[in-house]
Design a protein around this ligand. Sequence first.
Ligand code: ZN
Length: 415
Amino acid sequence: MVNKKDIKILTEILGLDDVKIVSHRLHNGIGIILQTESKKSYSICPNCGATSHKLHQNHRHIVKDLPFGEKPVFLEINRRQFKCKKCRKPFSEDLDFVRKKRTYTERLARKTIQEVLENDIHSIASKGIVTTEEIERMLKDASKQLSDSKPSNLKRLGIDEIALIKGKGNYCAVLVDLDTSKLIAILGDRTQTIIKESLLEWGVEVLEQIEEVSIDLWVGYKNLVTELMPNAQVVADRFHVMTQINKELDTQRKREKRNVEELINKTKLASQKAEYEQILEGLKNSKYSLLKNEDNLTEEQVKKLTQVKNVSPLLKVMHDLKEKIRKVFNKTNNWYTGVFKLGMWLSRAKIYFPNSNNTIIRWFDEIIAYFDNGTTSGTVEGINNKLKLIKRSGYGFRNFENFRVRCLLNWQFNY
Ligand SMILES: [Zn+2]
């Protein structure tokens, strides 16, 4: 029995534009079946854009919708065929809540993708609402939509890379919107050609809007920005500058350790040997005490730091300089002050950090650009960690394309 009041309430609960419920049934073991009709009596011809009122045929289907409580919900829909007066051909109408040839509504697809991002395909399929094949189809559709869309309102871009398989040189380039901390793209390779292809797909309008691009110290990225983004300032990421300085400090630590080990082997004199051994003791296990930010050292690491500084005057100076430049980056938010302080640092550090000194001079403009807006790729670090997490978890995805889609959807849906 169809009660008018019931129908009105059900239509309201269903909440789909231009759709009304005609009848409802509850089948034990199946779920709720709602028979729907479109409120519109016309459709637009996809060929010529003319409005057609001439109904040609009814095509009824059953599609799945969001469950109601524990009960699965099915919609009986009518995707009507109209006949266009102009083209004289029949066409099947577009329904905005369910795509053609799909067995589920758009909103069920959205909700399912969201769930898949937090679980895995098989556990979602096992709930019995949608099948594995349907989920895969949903993901495929969403990925198609993603690859068709361009980044909007992108002002500050971060380009970085992530090693997917550690130590295997298997790198992906990662493009990030630094203002929203959203992943824009993840590319199967980090070569200039691959990244360029992807950037060009955004079109001139998007590229011209970009004001700053944070990169590591790779000239390939710099060239890309210069070539494709006429209004963008390149900012050399300060964390990558620190990585280089730390590397140089660590090289010196290893060198001193090696030297003193050699001396111990060569020396015959017992008193001399004891002295070298004391130095070696100080150098041993000092890597993290030297490289970690001094503010974050544990009590034990602080002790170690004092010890290594006592046995090596050179490492003491280098460590002090490393901490000094870190503070310059941390505490300076004025371009002129930044230029001045970095210049001072260089004049002192030149003989201790010859490689870093050269790098900083070569990238001076891009490094001091940091002091304008404090732009860094810091947010990329967090994204990279999340990407690694997604990769490790697997979630039933095996190839790179699936991994890529999953990553993009993660940011699309969850932020
Ligand atoms: Zn037409």
